[in-house]
Design a protein around this ligand. Structure first.
Ligand SMILES: NC(=O)c1ccc[n+]([C@@H]2O[C@H](COP(=O)([O-])OP(=O)(O)OC[C@H]3O[C@@H](n4cnc5c(N)ncnc54)[C@H](O)[C@@H]3O)[C@@H](O)[C@H]2O)c1
Length: 315
């Protein structure tokens, strides 16, 4: 992992992953990329390129220019945005993934790390302690694209020996960069509104339980999986990873321990149906056994840190 390319690097996960990758592998070894020119501050932090993953040439040019050997492929259209524009989600998530894999095959990339999602599951999947191997019949274009990505990654591994690795992320909670249009965004928005206004209108029902993970654990997932010894990996692109599961009401109650004046109302919209099609909790024993995955944050520790950091940020 000498020269690393991160696609979708300006997003919720990429903006934090790039910082940690640069700490570990060196500032100039990590090329951040996304669709647009970022703030001058981001440009100063290290190499940056514009890459549109729907264009194979766009990826190839940057891979050749920087002699890239590892790709963290994060560019995607998330679940809620994907239901509003399924054609865009297909193009970015499926064609984009295909382009990254093809460039990987052609340019002999050593490793590709790509997140899948709990959206790969669907209404027919067992909802509690969902196994790694189970029914994958999603009802959203985002979910369809994530199953396609998992299967394509596994195919390129078997057919071409391309080392593609991935996890099914639950909802990711963080304070640095706002989420980009997913169904679990309420678990971030509630913190902003609790601090700014003391009230929040939640777009899923109070009894909606979903698996979640705090960003430092999500970064650890990607970096640990990238470094894992391939000899120990029986899976490739489809590891369940879990950290915590809670209902919207339980999250509100945890925040109210620190911000007691918070008032939460519930007004479900189209995202409720998406949330209802996803698991409540995950069995991640394959990730724990094969590469030692173990989360550090539970709901209490995550909530305390989110409020502390956001209060500083929003001052
Ligand atoms: N955040 C979560 O809760 C979550 C949960 C499960 C899985 N994931 C997965 O993790 C990965 C990263 O997610 P995120 O939360 O950082 O998403 P995000 O929406 O915050 O960021 C995605 C980035 O991709 C960029 N992008 C969009 N189209 C592009 C294109 N054609 N070419 C290049 N870049 C493009 C966007 O500009 C954006 O900066 C995705 O694969 C996502 O499916 C995220």
């Amino acid at each position: 992992m000498k020269n690393i390319l991160v696609t979708g690097a300006l997003g919720q996960i990429g903006s934090e992953l790039v910082v940690e990758l640069r700490k570990k592998y060196g500032r100039n070894s990590v090329v951040a990329s996304d669709l647009k020119t970022p703030d001058p501050e981001v440009m100063k932090e290290g190499p940056y390129e514009i890459v549109d993953v729907t264009s194979r040439t766009s990826i190839e040019n940057v891979v050749d220019k920087h002699k890239i050997d590892t790709i963290f492929h994060l560019a995607a259209i998330l679940s809620a945005k994907g239901e509003q524009n399924p054609q865009l989600a297909f193009n970015v998530n499926i064609i984009g993934m295909y382009n990254v894999l093809e460039v990987g095959r052609d340019r002999k990339i050593q490793k590709i790390i790509v997140p899948s999602s709990i959206a790969a599951f669907g209404p027919d999947t067992p909802k509690d302690n969902t196994p790694n191997e189970t029914i994958l019949r999603p009802s959203t274009m985002y979910g369809v694209s994530k199953v396609a990505g998992e299967l394509l990654g596994n195919y390129y591994f078997t057919k071409y020996g391309l080392d593609v690795r991935g996890v099914r992320f639950p909802g990711i909670i963080s304070w640095k960069t706002p989420p980009g249009g997913g169904t679990t965004d309420y678990a971030v928005a509630i913190f902003y509104d609790a601090i700014k206004y003391g009230k929040y209108e939640c777009f899923v029902r109070e009894d909606t339980v979903l698996p979640m993970m705090y960003m430092p654990d999500a970064i650890k997932v990607l970096m640990d999986l990238a470094e894992a010894d391939i000899k120990n990996l029986k899976h490739h692109c489809d590891y369940n990873v879990a950290a915590m599961s809670f209902s919207a009401k339980e999250l509100a109650a945890e925040i109210q321990k620190i911000i007691p004046e918070l008032k939460v109302t519930y007004k479900p919209d189209f995202r409720q149906k998406i949330a209802d099609s996803w698991p409540r909790s995950l069995d991640d024993s394959a990730a724990r056994n094969e590469w030692g995955w173990k989360p550090e944050y539970d709901i209490k520790k995550m909530t305390e840190e989110m409020i502390r950091e956001l209060k500083k940020k929003l001052k």
